[in-house]
Design a protein around this ligand. Structure first.
Ligand code: CP
Ligand code: NVA
Length: 309
């Protein structure tokens, strides 16, 4: 059995600024090297198991390809095909899998289930999205902003839409990276208790309002996400209430001229964002999707405790 606590990547607020900055530096370096055909193989013979309790395109493919580029291998598992769906506990699953594989990445709606898996695992566990947090996404988002605009410290960031997992991780990142995050959500879909606590803890870094126009005014970055997240049941009602929060050219016009637009994808065109914006010159959504690959390779290197130079 392995001794010591494994290096889990579960939530942005588990980390210090220097730790995350270190991972972003590795991500940028790995991206540059990959473009030059240089592929370090620090994870040779390592196996990452990936458990998906819910759908995924980007997370699935980018972790799989990233692991291969680092010399490792992957096992793709669907929660429904595992004994998990017949009530084997997360903790028992973690104990067994830790005897076979070198790390586990999981997408599971319940954040409590993620924590239970991590508690039981003696290998690193990476959060591939829960209802509470999507930390891998935010690492890619930070990387993408800085690639285009330089250091994100002090940047004005606007979140427009409902309150969800991606927002929660952004709130944690704003606190650590010192951005000015303004959140515009309708009262009906405003932050739940634990996110409200994180918003309060972030102090001046995060402001919560209702008016999307006020939020984007002078912003350097405008972010939205689907109005119906995995696990949401009230799709029609959400689309009705969130209609005024659509990111369209009128709304973007209130942001800084060179403001960037981000969306973690998948997008629901015509709902939270129009074609004009997502396909327009300010949109960096494809770079953002690509950077999932590079950011996660850095997270994997950190979790495995390997150097890439
Ligand atoms: N952004 C994101 O996590 O995409 P997938 O759901 O396709 O993995
Ligand atoms: N908020 C979305 C993100 C998908 C990547 C969801 O949870 O479904």
């Amino acid at each position: 059995t392995t001794t010591g606590t494994p290096k889990h990547f579960l939530s942005i607020d588990d980390f210090t600024y220097p730790e995350l900055r270190g991972m972003l530096d590795v991500a940028v370096s790995l991206k540059g090297r990959l473009k030059e055909g240089d592929r370090p193989q620090p994870l040779k013979d390592k196996v990452l198991a990936m458990i998906f309790e819910r759908q995924s395109t980007r997370t699935r493919v980018s972790f799989d390809v990233g692991m291969r580029q680092l010399g490792g291998e992957t096992i793709m598992l669907s929660g429904q095909e595992m004994q998990l769906s017949r009530e084997e506990t997360l903790e028992d699953t973690a104990k067994v899998m830790s005897r076979y594989v070198d790390a586990i990445m999981i997408r599971i709606l319940s954040h409590a289930d993620l924590l239970e898996l991590a508690e039981g695992a003696s290998v690193p566990v990476i959060n591939g999205l829960t209802r509470r947090a999507h930390p891998c996404q935010i690492m890619a988002d930070l990387m993408t902003f800085e690639e285009h605009r330089g250091n994100i410290s002090g940047a004005k960031v606007a979140w427009v839409g409902d309150s969800n997992n991606v927002l929660h991780s952004w709130v944690n990142a704003a606190e650590l990276f010192g951005c000015q995050l303004t959140i515009a959500t309708p009262e009906e879909y405003s932050p739940e208790k634990d996110l409200m606590e994180d918003i309060r803890r972030a102090g001046d870094a995060v402001r919560l309002i209702e008016d999307p126009r006020e939020a984007v005014e002078g912003a350097d970055l405008v972010i939205t996400d689907t109005w119906v997240s995995m696990g949401d049941v009230d799709a029609a009602e959400r689309r009705r209430v969130l209609k005024p929060y659509q990111v369209n050219t009128n709304l973007m016009a209130l942001a800084n001229k060179d403001a960037l637009f981000m969306h973690c994808l998948p997008a629901h065109r015509g709902d939270e964002v129009t074609d004009e914006v997502i396909d327009g010159p300010q949109s960096v959504v494809w770079d953002e999707a690509e950077n999932r690959l590079h950011a996660q390779k850095a997270i994997l290197c950190w979790a495995f405790g390997v150097e890439t130079n």
